[in-house]
Design a protein around this ligand. Sequence first.
Ligand SMILES: Nc1ncnc2c1ncn2[C@@H]1O[C@H](COP(=O)(O)OP(=O)(O)O)[C@@H](O)[C@H]1O
Ligand SMILES: N[C@@H](CC(=O)OP(=O)(O)O)C(=O)O
Length: 257
Amino acid sequence: MSIVIQKFGGTSLTNINRKSKFLNHIKKAISKGHRLVIVPSAIGRNGDPYATDTLIKQLENICAEIDPRKRDLIMSCGETISAAILSHLLEAEGYPAEPLMGFQAGILTDDNFNSSKILEINTDRIFKILSENKIAVVAGFQGITSNMDITTLGRGGSDISAVALGGFLKADRVDIFTDVPGVAMEDPRIVPTTKYIKEISYDDMYKMSLNGATVIHPEAVKLGKEFKIPIRILSSFEESCGTLISDNKGSKEIVDI
Ligand SMILES: Nc1ncnc2c1ncn2[C@@H]1O[C@H](COP(=O)(O)OP(=O)(O)O)[C@@H](O)[C@H]1O
Ligand SMILES: N[C@@H](CC(=O)OP(=O)(O)O)C(=O)O
């Protein structure tokens, strides 16, 4: 069974509805016969009702000093809401889907609240869902400790959830859908004329993301290398070949996308 992980970032999920463009990528992968695990982030950005920063503010408005366990509990809510909405949307479109919070998907972390590490993923429940020909929609960014406390993986951590799931499920690849068509030489929001990179090695991408290429979390790249799983960065809103991150001899081919 060929398994593909598709992660959708917060910017891709703004105004989520039955006409959302990102749905085309899900439908295309299903039509190709892939089993899908979808990993959504929280919808939108600061100010949007379920965005991570909006949720944190609910506690900050009361008192700036926040117990990390409570902070993680509220921060995880955005992704939980996304999993519920997205799985409902997929069913409405005729694609049976099951939502899972991180703990229901078997994602065990350490107790370093606010930037926890994934220790293990018990994949039984996801495999069961996939074997029933359903899409598994796993809330990104969150997990659970052995003491049953909800944790989050650090800002931008849904990328880590997606790659870790890909590794533990032995998926064919991880597709990270975002609001730009791939990895560029510079941040395209700052340099709109920048050129895009067709292929890049894990090592080069790791250095780029440490140096500010926020399009993927550095820990996700590191995990990708450990699991030897190819990662693609693609646009949610259009068809593009995107950027492939793999072990391919450090090649860095620059293209106009
Ligand atoms: N080198 C780069 N290539 C592509 N995007 C970059 C780069 N550096 C920074 N970015 C920024 O990363 C953003 C996508 O990441 P992010 O805002 O976390 O989106 P998402 O909501 O999909 O997780 C892009 O909008 C872009 O401005
Ligand atoms: N929602 C979390 C996790 C995340 O990965 O978000 P995004 O994929 O939208 O950057 C955050 O804002 O940090």
